[in-house]
Ligand binder design. Sequence first.
Ligand code: SF4
Ligand code: SF4
Length: 106
Amino acid sequence: MSTTFDCCACGACCCLGFDVLLTEAETERFEADPRLGKLTWLYRNSGGLTARFLRKDEPTGQCIALAGRLGAVRCTIYSERPNLCRVFEVGSPDCLEARAKTGLGP
Ligand code: SF4
Ligand code: SF4
């Protein structure tokens, strides 16, 4: 039996500071829209390889696109969020671990 939670009454996975890497297509989509682009940052290694990530709030470390606080949140780019956010399954072991780490319990 799978567990379901109300993500708007949680937000643990968005608050824990996970690195949200954009795919190539998402990078193009976010870079083309200044509203979305400013929510990201570009990593570049010494060899010139690049990768674009969602930014994190300072000093909380939570995703910059998250509104509210742990336990009462809203993703401000929900319909446009990256695939990594979409595949993070409610009730999965990772979800349960995120909730436990933030004290929201199983
Ligand atoms: S940790 Fe689970 S319940 Fe909480 S917001 Fe993420 S997916 Fe939803
Ligand atoms: S983009 Fe939305 S769903 Fe993804 S980590 Fe940020 S707040 Fe959470």
